[in-house]
Write a protein that binds this ligand. Structure first.
Ligand code: GLA
Length: 398
């Protein structure tokens, strides 16, 4: 009989609880967990009000928390940064903006709760994570959502997942300077194990679509090239889409269709046309892909992923050589070798690809991707099979 041994080292929750006790000299009251995400399809459409289809991955950020003796003081420590930051709850935004980036995510969420008139009393917190950092798997959203979940648990509050997502998105805008959409925080907050989330980014409605992981596997390949979402390219794409929507006479590109974009092509410059063509086609593709997923039609789903990548590369221009290389290798393996489809995932300019694969072929595919990518780029990738994991939740320790 096979037994699964859970290594304490591999579990961020256990690590966080241990480190909390070591560092603060008492037991944590609760550990909040929030996962990273991978987007299966629906890229660069969330801020256009479109449909996205992400899932949570089985990599988590854990925050162990307990109230502190001083109701006005917060101490936040991180195992990754190997540091502790101390703050006063009434200190306002100034000291938070001066804090290290990882602490700003945490304190930003807390500060927005305070500004919204939600009472927050002092606490200590320790963070551990096995979400790859800066890889486009939403380590920052996981940290924000874990924070909201932990602080709510401490105060005996419950928050709807989409409300938590909206709070965390605002924190990312205000304290990290990234004008992100709602997808990452929504996936981390609301995902269910064994399901992808079809999210309507305009209404906030979610549908949890089963993806059991037994017949089709989700393979993530980190190109190990770092993207910089805050370097302006992301904000530039948002601005391009806004301009295209205005020229088309719609509020959001969600309100346009590929046919409308063709009809009104004369109203758009070349760049706005290509941006609008990507967004409108990608929204339609995502709705279609969700249908394929409901029916377990992996081949058709995979074709949507391939087309999504081409559109992101050629029309939206957010791919890069390394992403294209990884995707090309996977697509060349093709359905005969067990790859249904492959695409870049997340904001782009590096980070990860996502491929839908036959589970029994996953090891062989991983090896082929690893070898070919390394020999073509000189960079060693990280490749792992993941499964749709559970969104944010709390482990009560007392
Ligand atoms: C980043 C953002 C998301 C989304 C994706 C692109 O991950 O945080 O809101 O816009 O890029 O789909």
């Amino acid at each position: 009989m096979a037994t699964t041994v859970l290594s304490p080292i591999s579990s961020p929750a256990i690590k966080a609880a241990h480190a909390f006790r070591d560092r603060f000299g008492r037991a944590a009251q609760a550990v909040a967990l929030a996962p990273g995400r991978v987007n299966l399809i629906g890229e660069h459409v969330d801020y256009c009000g479109g449909f996205v289809l992400p899932m949570a991955i089985d990599r988590y950020t854990a925050i162990a928390v307990a109230p502190s003796a001083d109701p006005t003081a917060v101490r936040v420590g991180s195992g990754m940064a190997e540091a502790v930051c101390s703050f006063t709850l009434s200190g306002g935004r100034g000291p938070i903006m001066a804090a290290p980036a990882w602490a700003r995510y945490v304190l930003g969420v807390v500060q927005l709760m305070i500004e919204a008139g939600e009472g927050v009393t002092g606490f200590d917190a320790w963070i551990e994570s096995n979400v790859p950092l800066g890889a486009g798997l939403s380590s920052s959203a996981a940290l924000e959502v874990a924070t909201a979940t932990a602080v709510d648990a401490l105060h005996g509050r419950a928050r709807e997942p989409m409300q938590a997502a909206a709070l965390c998105q605002r924190a990312e805008h205000a304290f990290a300077g990234v004008p992100c959409g709602i997808m990452d925080q929504a996936a981390s907050a609301s995902a269910r194990a064994g399901h992808a989330v079809l999210l309507d980014c305009r209404s906030g409605d979610t549908e949890h679509v089963p993806l059991d992981g037994a017949s089709a596997g989700v393979l993530i390949a980190n190109t190990n090239v770092k993207h910089a979402l805050s370097d302006g390219a992301y904000a530039k794409r948002r601005a391009d889409c806004k301009r295209a929507a205005e020229a088309l006479g719609v509020e959001l590109l969600r309100d346009a269709t590929p046919a409308l974009v063709e009809d009104r092509r004369a109203a758009l410059d070349g760049l706005a046309y290509r941006r609008a063509r990507h967004v409108t086609a990608e929204i339609e593709r995502t709705v279609r892909a969700a249908g394929h997923l409901r029916r377990g039609d992996w081949t058709s789903f995979g074709r949507c992923m391939d087309n999504s990548h081409a559109s992101l590369r050629d029309d939206f221009e957010v791919s890069c050589t390394e992403l294209d290389t990884m995707v090309d290798i996977a697509q060349q393996i093709g359905t005969t070798g067990g790859v249904y489809g492959s695409r870049m995932t997340g904001g782009g300019f590096g980070g990860c690809t996502v491929s839908l694969v036959q589970v029994e072929q996953a090891d062989a595919i991983t090896q082929q991707l690893h070898q070919a990518y390394e020999s073509q780029t000189g960079i060693t990738p990280d490749i792992f099979l993941t499964r749709p994991a559970r969104g944010a939740h709390v482990l009560n320790l007392k």
